[in-house]
Design a protein around this ligand. Structure first.
Ligand SMILES: NC(=O)c1ccc[n+]([C@@H]2O[C@H](COP(=O)([O-])OP(=O)(O)OC[C@H]3O[C@@H](n4cnc5c(N)ncnc54)[C@H](O)[C@@H]3O)[C@@H](O)[C@H]2O)c1
Length: 274
């Protein structure tokens, strides 16, 4: 039987696609959950869960929300590429409010970072967790900022954090790129369980991908939290090889379609990492 955290766990973004998966999985484990989002929670609440509608931009409300919690699974915020001023409050101010709350509660943060924090790496590169941050837009930049905030709060305040660079987490992969980036819901849920329960995490990065043979990613801190993916996109290879766009930039970089949103550069740059 799985262990149960001795303090409640706060889940932000609970009404979103991944939040709803996590809310159900963790409630089924018997965990006591504080669910939160700016949008109403669309599912039935389990007996050990309560829901509070909070805007991540409101620092005081986030401090109150986190009271008594031992871990914060931070999945809330803008989850696609948007103009800077739409990202600023939910993601950039939002992660600061989350870390201030975690410092206050001596809680651990598990942050839904993204492959878009490193999206301008070539697809031919195999990246380790200490690779250069190379965001492919304002959204990816907010995730890179969130990861750096985690490092700062660990070194300065001792707030532990696990930064999950999520690839593509959805029901099934649906193009060739996702044969590399796919993360099944079940692997994500187990990853968040391990990250919350691990004895000690310090500040670390985990690639959020299933056991995909074509993965872009290598070493990370998974051994520290005792997580191994059990699913794989490989079973979908026969139907997805060749499911690509016609855009050479999209197909060149790990971040795929996000790399061309609002792009104004006219040439295709030379590889900068060999
Ligand atoms: N799904 C993926 O493949 C994937 C990949 C990489 C990273 N991520 C990250 O994982 C997290 C969850 O992703 P998702 O696919 O469930 O996205 P989603 O958009 O479905 O969920 C995000 C949730 O955040 C909430 N939110 C937005 N602004 C808010 C605010 N100001 N205050 C409070 N809540 C706010 C939204 O209402 C939404 O329910 C996001 O942080 C996303 O960036 C997801």
């Amino acid at each position: 039987m799985s262990r149960i955290p001795y303090r409640p766990v706060l889940l932000t973004g609970a009404s979103g696609a991944l939040g709803r998966q996590l809310a159900r999985y963790l409630a089924d484990l018997g965990w006591s959950l504080v669910l939160s989002d700016i949008a109403p929670f669309p599912d039935r609440l389990s007996p050990n869960s309560r829901f509070e509608r909070v805007d991540l931009a409101d620092g005081k409300a986030v401090l109150r929300l986190a009271e008594g919690c031992g871990a914060i699974l931070h999945f809330g915020g803008v989850s696609v590429e948007r103009p800077f001023d739409e990202i600023l409050m939910p993601n950039i101010a939002g992660i600061h409010h989350i870390y201030e709350a975690a410092r206050h509660e001596k809680a651990r943060v598990i942050f839904a970072s993204s492959n878009h924090a490193v999206g301008f790496h070539e697809r031919s590169a195999k990246l380790d967790d200490d690779c250069q941050l190379l965001p492919d837009g304002y959204y990816g930049l907010s995730k890179a900022y969130g990861e750096m905030m985690g490092r700062m709060y660990w070194y300065k305040h001792g707030v532990e954090n696990v930064n999950i660079r999520i690839g593509s987490s959805l029901e099934e992969p649906n193009n060739e790129r996702m044969l590399s980036t796919y993360l099944s819901f079940a692997d994500l849920c187990r990853l968040c369980e391990c990250a919350t329960l691990a004895e000690r995490t310090e500040s670390c990065v985990i690639w959020g991908a299933s056991d995909n043979r074509r993965s872009f990613w290598g070493h990370d801190a998974r051994a520290r939290i005792g997580w191994q993916p059990q699913d794989s996109a490989d079973d979908f290879a026969a139907q997805l090889v060749g499911a690509v766009s016609r855009d050479p930039v999209v197909e060149r970089y790990q971040g795929g379609a996000f790399t061309v949103i609002d792009r104004t550069r006219e040439d295709v740059p030379r590889p900068i990492f060999g």
